[in-house]
Design a protein around this ligand. Sequence first.
Ligand code: UT7
Length: 360
Amino acid sequence: MQYAHITGWGKSVPPATLTNDDLATFMETTDEWIKTRTGISKRNISHVNTSEMASVAAKHALAAAGIDGSELDLIILATASPDTLIPNIASTVQANIGATCGAFDINAACSGFLYGVGLASSMIKSGQSKKILIIGAERLSFYLDWSRRETAVLFGDGAGAVVLEASDQPGGVLGYELNNDPEGRDILKSNFGTQMDRFDNDSLDFYIHINGQDVFKRAIHGMGSLSNKVLDNCGISIDDVDFVIPHQANERIIDTLVSRMKIPKEKAFVNIADYGNTSAATIPIAICDALSQGRIEANQTILSCAFGAGLTSAALLLKWGERTTPINTSDAALPPCDKTALELIKPAVDYFFNKAKNAE
Ligand code: UT7
């Protein structure tokens, strides 16, 4: 019997940070509104493409696992903001880390990373693969209409990655559940895709649309019911869960979820203050931060859950192994950025405010 353990982890977050006060310099919002309604204090704005952040996160994860890119059997990259749709950007990462294996992107929005880890664990347990790299990487700032305060304050850029390896040691991924609620397709969406009118620049509209309150309610229901299902299927009681790593979309969503599930708030990891919602990257970034803060300990039972556009949801239960420190470290880093976050987004801010003014 083969088990699938996380043996390596890494993240890459771009250096330019955009604070709530920075946002308040050009839109009607306040640090207080954003903090109390979402828990977010700042987010990162990338000066490089998604695949570059993904590659740096991947190099750290490989070093932490003590393996070389050439040893991988598969690369799964979860993203809704790839630099290119054709080809996928898992292939860019593959080239950057010297891997010779299958590589593909998946789009399950914010749940994409857990979809990837779930699928990878099944492949490992079936004996099909031994070492799989799963990455969540996003450059959601690309999709933001900065004149829309209800979405522009929520998202940030970043990447995280894990290595999942076959092992004889019991534990690792114990089970996972995936779901999608197509009734919620229209309440969280971008119109980017072949449905766009390529010949009419004025009608191009690919910013993120959200019905925040509706997503809020469905997110709690979706993550809660899948989490209970995976616990039931694995025969594990909620009291036996040591640590929870939820998707970071809104701290109030996390608070409500854990309170309904009767999980003490101290067991839930929350780092949304520093990054905002980085979609598929929130959970692998959270794993890295939780490990470096000593919150993940050997042999803990960990529940992770997510929801996103689709409306996708996922829940995964795992038993962490013995090792909580990296085998090796990597000096991989993004190139330096000579602009502030406000400078990076200025062309888009000017574009969207002019567009909104012209539409009046
Ligand atoms: O990972 C999946 C993607 N994430 C999501 O889909 C997010 C899910 N939803 C949420 O996190 C919350 O619904 C939001 C943070 C988006 C909004 O919080 P809310 O408590 O549901 O606020 P609301 O939409 O009910 O808006 C309350 C008020 C409105 O003003 P009025 O109508 O009461 O006068 C908004 O116009 O807050 C106003 N508002 C803002 N005010 C200051 C909306 N955005 C802002 C803002 N700054 N950035």
